[in-house]
Ligand binder design. Structure first.
Ligand code: CMX
Length: 438
């Protein structure tokens, strides 16, 4: 069986060659144009980034190295006691473009568990933060501080060769992913369960088995399975989304994976991005309370209009790229359908019923380009039903997941020698001048 490092050593030269050929033959080929609406409209639709691990189709949703979510669910190894995708398998796929064998996935689980302890100073740093500080801010601080031990930075200072960049980036990336469960669980303990014991990293458990255990939910096998699925399928969503793009931009300065991913987390903490899952739950719980158990389609419709008329967005609906229901939302709904305790929950039912009503209301409202649910519409209600009710914490779980894609791209960016990002910007005056000169 080949190790992760051996597999990467094999696949990287072919990709380097492919890019070299593309550059030589097509550097001047035009693949799109830039309109003023793109410049003032958040760069939507501009084809401007190279991102290896996944590509998002507006109608079909995400594919990881060509594999759709249902294909990943069929092909990627699971935990020994589980049926859901193991995030380690997803990480292997994102990094190498290959489906790992069960043995390869187990080896990666073992390596991550061995590297999973936090340095003492990071534990002390997290313990010193006020519990009123948002868990996402704490996470970004903790991840940033892990750069103390960055192999990339240490070797860069020693003057390493460019050809060695990716190997040290890979070591940092694995160390970052390995430490996220202990880091994130410590934040959870400090904020929501102060004074309780925190389990140590168990060398025999997979990444999420450990995470769930350290969160205090180790006995809840259903929640652990849900977290595996959630973390695997949130892992990457091509490069232009705010967290991936922020992480990629910072990485393009040759900042190490810890600093780069800390920037990704800061972007994830915004309400239009990762924070939406906490907003969805708050909003659905309010709806449940206000409708007082008597939930009909017409009641949901009225509630949706009330939200829209008060000038707020319907959280969990809409997307910058997608134009259909998000396949990640569908995968999470299917998880709920297979478990009686979830399918009978009024909250989970309400999420489903909202899906039956909201697209038509949003179409009638007429603003959003995508009236369908994104992944955040479903993710929080399951956590809530399984007893993880602290919804300010939910984006941290997204943050554990999104690292998989961001670090995979970082390894590829170093292996392919991608340059510093530096797009051109214009002031309004300069843009007007540019338009006149056309
Ligand atoms: N409810 C009401 N109005 C919405 C809407 C929604 N769910 N989604 C978009 N709109 C509005 C926008 O606010 C915008 O209005 P203005 O013209 O007044 O500014 C208009 O429709 C056009 O927006 P769009 O092009 O369809 O959407 P964007 O690409 O600008 O934004 C997103 C995408 C996700 C930020 C937006 O749909 C939204 O705010 N959704 C709710 C929050 C959410 O669920 N975020 C999570 C996204 C998933 C993730 O990345 O984590």
């Amino acid at each position: 069986t080949k190790s992760l490092r051996e597999t990467l050593k094999e696949v990287i030269p072919a990709k380097q060659e492919q890019l070299k050929k593309l550059k030589a033959e097509h550097s001047q080929t035009v693949v799109g144009d830039v309109k003023v609406e793109n410049i003032i409209g958040g760069m939507r639709g501009i084809k401007a980034m190279l991102w290896e691990a996944s590509v998002l189709d507006p109608l079909e949703g995400i594919r990881f190295h060509g594999l759709s979510i249902p294909e990943c669910q069929k092909q990627l190894p699971t935990a020994p006691d589980g049926k859901e995708i193991l995030p380690e398998s997803m990480l292997w796929l994102l990094l190498t473009g290959q489906v790992p064998t069960t043995e390869q996935a187990r080896e990666l689980s073992k390596e991550l568990a061995e590297k999973g302890e936090l340095p003492k100073f990071v534990e002390d740093l997290l313990d010193s933060l006020p519990t009123t500080l948002h868990p996402m801010t704490q996470m970004a601080i903790g991840v940033s501080a892990l750069n103390h031990d960055s192999a990339f930075q240490a070797n860069y200072e020693k003057g390493m060769k460019k050809a060695d960049y990716w190997t040290h980036t890979l070591e940092d990336s694995l160390s970052l992913v390995a430490r996220l469960p202990a880091l994130s669980a410590r934040i959870y303990r400090n904020v929501y369960k102060p004074g309780t014991d925190l389990a140590a990293v168990d060398k025999n458990l997979d990444l999420v088995g450990n995470y769930s255990n350290m969160l205090g939910f180790g006995d809840n096998k259903d929640l652990t399975e849900y977290l595996r699925l959630y973390i695997a399928i949130h892992g990457d969503h091509e490069g232009g989304n705010a967290s991936a793009h922020a992480s990629h931009l910072v990485a393009s300065t040759l900042a190490d994976p810890f600093l780069s991913y800390s920037a990704g987390l800061q972007a994830l903490a915004g309400p239009l991005h990762g924070l939406a899952n906490q907003e969805v739950l708050r909003w659905q719980l309010n709806m449940l309370k206000e409708l007082d158990g008597k939930v009909t389609h017409s009641d949901i419709k009225d509630f949706l209009w009330k939200t829209l008329k008060s000038g707020q967005v319907v959280p969990g609906y809409g997307h910058g790229v997608l134009r259909n229901p998000d396949p990640r939302f569908i995968a999470l709904q299917e998880f709920c359908d297979t478990r009686p305790e979830l399918s009978s929950s009024p909250l989970v039912q309400l999420v489903k019923q909202t899906f039956e009503v909201a697209p038509d209301v949003l179409k009638e409202h007429g603003k959003t380009k995508n009236p369908f649910p994104n992944v955040d519409a479903a993710s929080g209600c399951v956590l809530y039903e399984y007893g993880l009710k602290d919804f300010k914490y939910y984006t941290v779980i997204f943050g554990v997941s999104r690292a998989l894609g961001c670090v995979s791209q970082l390894v590829w960016a170093r292996a392919l020698g991608l340059p510093l990002e530096r797009p051109k910007s214009y002031s309004i005056d300069a843009l007007e001048k540019l338009i006149k000169s056309q």
